[in-house]
Design a protein around this ligand. Structure first.
Ligand code: DGY
Length: 322
């Protein structure tokens, strides 16, 4: 008898190529209708499973991890961010956890640039004007926005995605400033100007792009006090996590014109969006699509499976985080 395949729960509908590989190599419980499970359902569905592919929409806090069925030995999150899983609790339970770094770097950096350009050049207002058949004529003063090329870009969090954004921004002749827990070696800095204190970065940021993880320390980092440190008319971009921003403060600064615009792909409490953003023409809003390309989502799914394959073969998980 061939050894039986490990039982795997896949909590969300995943791309066809990922699903095919999961079916081939695991006794896989899939979710083709993509129903969102609450934590109680999730725990019930995990009964008897050896592992699971989970997503940022699955909340596995310490209490939930405590109630994980004893059969669960490994979790692979279909994301690089892992604030939805209590890693310390997983460690304490002896449940291995992996994530998907690297493969979403380029796609997410593309979206940061998309947000920067769209917010600065008023893409949402312009697009609406055309679609609503309200475009009168070209006008010397029509739809004026913020010039991007040659400006200063501040990057908070100079990890893989921050560095990929910097690479792209150099093609716009932007001067790169950054703040990071540790200064990068010169070969990675590529001339970017380091600020040990994030506050010092803000004062230099005509554009500010957020790339730090959501942790208790970064929660509501961009609050009213720090927004006041940005140059007047600055543009804020967030592809990291909504929790890093104090929404009420950002909405007030956009409403008053203190900030020219914001481009946001992530929201605190998403898919709920603070309604204050919805009426602001200078907020360009996307539904967390940073990594949403066919290639990237396949690669993220494969990375989950690579990690689980390694775990169940008794090898180290290549991207183990707990
Ligand atoms: C991640 O991987 O953390 C992203 O936010 C999902 O695109």
């Amino acid at each position: 008898m061939p050894p039986s395949k490990p039982r795997l729960l896949v909590t969300r509908h995943v791309p066809a190529n990922v699903e095919a590989r999961a079916r081939r190599d695991y006794d896989a419980g899939l979710n083709p209708s993509d129903r969102l499970y609450d934590t109680a359902e999730l725990l019930a569905l995990m009964q008897g499973c050896d592992g699971a592919i989970v997503c940022p929409t699955d909340r596995l806090d310490a209490a939930a991890v405590k109630r994980l069925p004893g059969s669960i030995k490994a979790l692979a999150t279909f994301s690089v961010g892992h604030e939805h899983i209590d890693l310390a609790a997983c460690k304490a339970r002896g449940v291995a956890v992996s994530n998907t770094p690297d493969v979403l770097t380029e796609a997410t950096a593309d979206v940061a640039i998309l947000l920067m350009l769209a917010a600065a050049r008023r893409a949402h207002e312009g697009e609406r004007l055309v679609r609503e058949r309200k475009w009168g004529s070209w006008a010397p003063t029509g739809m004026l926005g913020v010039h991007v090329s040659g400006k200063r870009l501040g990057i908070l969090g100079m990890g893989r995605i921050g560095q990929a954004v910097a690479r792209r921004a150099r093609a716009f002749d932007m001067t790169i400033h950054y703040s990071n827990r540790v200064r990068l070696p010169a070969a990675l800095e590529q001339g970017a100007i380091f600020h040990a204190e994030p506050e010092a970065l803000l004062a230099q940021s005509d554009f500010l792009s957020l790339h730090c993880p959501a942790t208790p320390e970064t929660r509501r980092f961009l609050d009213a006090r720090r927004i006041a440190l940005l140059p007047p008319g600055a543009v804020v971009v967030n592809t990291a996590r909504g929790a890093i921003v104090d929404d009420e403060a950002l909405i007030a600064a956009l409403g008053s014109g203190r900030l020219a615009a914001a481009g946001l792909d992530v929201f605190d409490g998403e898919p709920q969006v603070n309604p204050g953003y919805l009426d602001l023409d200078n907020a360009f809003l996307l539904p967390h699509v940073g990594s949403a390309t066919h290639e990237t989502r396949d690669a993220m799914g494969f990375r989950c499976l690579d990690n689980l394959d390694a775990f169940f073969a008794g090898r180290p998980m290549p991207h183990r985080i707990a």
